[in-house]
Design a protein around this ligand. Sequence first.
Ligand code: ADP
Ligand code: MG
Length: 232
Amino acid sequence: MKIHEFQAKEIFSKHGLPIPKGIIAHNAHEAEKAAKEIGTSIVVVKAQVHAGGRGKAGGVKLARSPEEAGTIAAQMIGSRLKTYQNPEGLPINSVLIEEGLDIEREFYVGITLDREVSRPVLMVSAAGGMEIEEIAKTTPELIFKEHIDPVLGLMPYQARKIAFKLDLKDKSLISQFMKIVMKLSKMYFDLDASLIEVNPLIKTKNGELICLDAKIDFDDNALFRHKDILEL
Ligand code: ADP
Ligand code: MG
């Protein structure tokens, strides 16, 4: 089962993961109000559809004023977003209004089941923003992997190993990165997820790591254990 980005981000936030300030909107009026409440000079209007690649398809747009956020929301809501995964398009019923963040670096972080070794695998790449399939094709040497022991979970030494490969340098960044991947791994098991993806995880100009995008797919066979998730 798939859920929307704003729903995944709510779950991320409950698990203590850093996400941008954001408010969901169902029409232009709500979008404008949300942008005012967020209060940053730039907000981002993000179409909520069950597909990736929204940025390239025109489903993620910058607005320089609350009025502009309202105008963009009016154009998006009620239309269909055609992405490379969904050529016939998916209906946009709501948009997430988010603070516009100053991006310095983008990383890819994903956890999914590696069927070849029957274990979950943490995959991280410094080539964030790109789809993992594309990174795997063009620069596979830039994807760092750690298999996760299903009994022990992700171990701090594994998180640290990847942090060093990403050349994060600064102590604070390494510590933030480790906390984030440890929490994502815990979430993967706690929620019976089949995929958790943060693409991109960003480093802001202020030296903070933030989950800019969030995707959680759930194992349908385990949903009976998660009534609250099923409601989403
Ligand atoms: P998708 O993966 O569906 O294209 P993302 O949420 O990853 O959607 O957004 C696409 C791109 O838009 C990001 O890689 C980032 O460059 C930009 N972006 C998204 N949200 C924000 C934000 N809150 N502030 C600044 N830039 C953003
Ligand atoms: Mg993304």
